[in-house]
Design a binder for this molecule. Structure first.
Ligand code: ADP
Length: 398
């Protein structure tokens, strides 16, 4: 059974075609600058050279037609015909409270995603456009929506409510949703597999540290707390997002900078590693600048590390212990400095890193704690697309 997974942004589209008999990726790629001059498709196959196509692409429907054309092209295609694709899985950023799990797309689901546009105005419209475009191009196949928020719907009210008047939750569903749920679910399940223990018996803290970052407390396989919120800026310091800030700071900026749009840009696009270091939102650049003596770059890294440490300790407290801490995404998979810094001082909780192992691990699965560490520390590259393909298979298998 072959499954196409789509992850649509407003002007981009990432895709992967899986053969679910052995979960291999047959082809994958990225379409950039949809609806903007200079569109580009980069198409990779399991075997053979990458194929690049340049030329304007007006919308997601055209992008999908081009991808389907590449998948079936004579000579370079990986499919004989499109009938081989049994189903499509779509990443949808916001499912609100209604969607606590992946679902087969029907009219009611589409309406539900539309109702969540006010919660994710940049993402949900693009996700809807992707589903509609695929429905037009491959009308015969089922579509499954997999929500970034779904995994966190198991958080208890004391974790998801804010200390503001309850009516804002009742009337407008103002609450913590958090995101990256598909990644946290994948990494926590993989951690349990690597430990050879049932996930139901484990307390795991998953640290998804990329440009956007979040930590999640996973107790018995269920998300019980997570560091992103109603929006995507709270929690730990990120590439350009501020992480936790006092509401008084936000109010002060609204007053002094003149308006919410400007402050939204400050907190989401000009803050974080970039805002503090003044160098870059990319940790590699910030680490290099710190090594060359930039105090502010060093400070940005210290703030990131400290915020990760605080969340790890607080989530251990929330769960009454922790069996494993798993690092994933660009920073979590690659930065031994951030991993080391975040865990330093947590020996009192039973965390003991194997320094040499930690320094040697980049972008691959490994246990990096010392053999006698009570808490296992792991690096697990995330695979949200595989998770989406698995859910799509489960919901569409006859
Ligand atoms: P996104 O949230 O956009 O998917 P990624 O998960 O790709 O982001 O993470 C991007 C971050 O990972 C950047 O800050 C980048 O500097 C960092 N990163 C990637 N490789 C390394 C590395 N070898 N060392 C340190 N940081 C790295």
């Amino acid at each position: 059974m072959k499954i196409l997974v789509l992850n649509c942004g407003s002007s981009s589209l990432k895709y992967q075609l899986f053969d679910m008999t052995d979960e291999t990726v047959i082809a994958k790629g990225l379409v950039e600058r949809i609806g903007i001059n200079g569109s580009r498709v980069k198409h990779k196959r399991a075997v053979g050279e990458d194929i690049v196509r340049e030329g304007d692409i007006s919308d997601h429907t055209e992008a999908i037609k081009i991808i389907l054309g590449m998948l079936t092209a004579s000579g370079t295609g990986v499919l004989k015909n499109l009938d081989e694709i049994s189903a499509a899985g779509h990443r949808v950023v916001h499912g609100g409270e209604k969607n606590a799990a992946s679902v087969l797309v029907d009219d009611a689901v589409m309406k539900g995603i539309e109702e969540c546009v006010y919660l994710a105005p940049l993402h949900n419209p693009a996700n809807l456009a992707g589903i509609k475009a695929l429905q037009r191009s491959l009308p015969g196949i089922p579509n499954v929506a997999v929500f970034d928020t779904a995994f966190h719907q198991t958080m208890p009210p004391e974790a998801f409510l804010y200390g503001i008047p309850y009516k804002y939750y009742e009337s407008n569903k103002v609450r913590r949703y958090s995101f990256h749920g598909t990644s946290h679910m994948y990494v926590s399940q993989r951690a349990a597999e690597m430990l050879g223990r049932p996930i139901e018996s484990l307390k795991i803290i998953t640290c998804h540290l990329g440009n956007g970052s979040s930590l999640t407390a996973v107790d018995g396989g269920r998300s019980v707390d997570s560091s992103l919120g109603f929006g995507t800026a709270p929690g730990i310091l990120m590439g350009t997002r501020c992480g936790d800030v006092d509401s008084a700071v936000v109010l002060y900026l609204v007053q002094s900078e003149g308006g919410t749009d400007r402050v939204s840009d400050i907190l989401n696009k000009e803050s974080g590693l970039l805002g503090v270091s003044g160098v870059s939102s990319d940790l590699r650049d910030v680490e290099t600048a710190a090594d060359r003596g930039s105090e502010r770059a060093g400070l940005a890294v210290s703030m990131l590390v400290r915020s990760v440490k605080k969340y790890i300790a607080s989530y251990a407290a929330v769960m009454g212990g922790v069996d494993a801490i798993a690092f994933t995404a660009g920073i979590g998979e690659n930065s031994d400095c951030v991993r080391k810094g975040a865990l330093e001082g947590l020996e009192f909780m039973g965390v003991k890193l194997d320094g040499a192992k930690n320094s040697s691990i980049r972008g691959c699965e490994a246990v990096i704690s010392a053999p006698d560490s009570r808490v296992k520390v792991m690096v697990i590259p995330t695979n949200e697309e595989l998770m989406i393909a698995r859910d799509t298979l489960r919901l569409t298998k006859k």
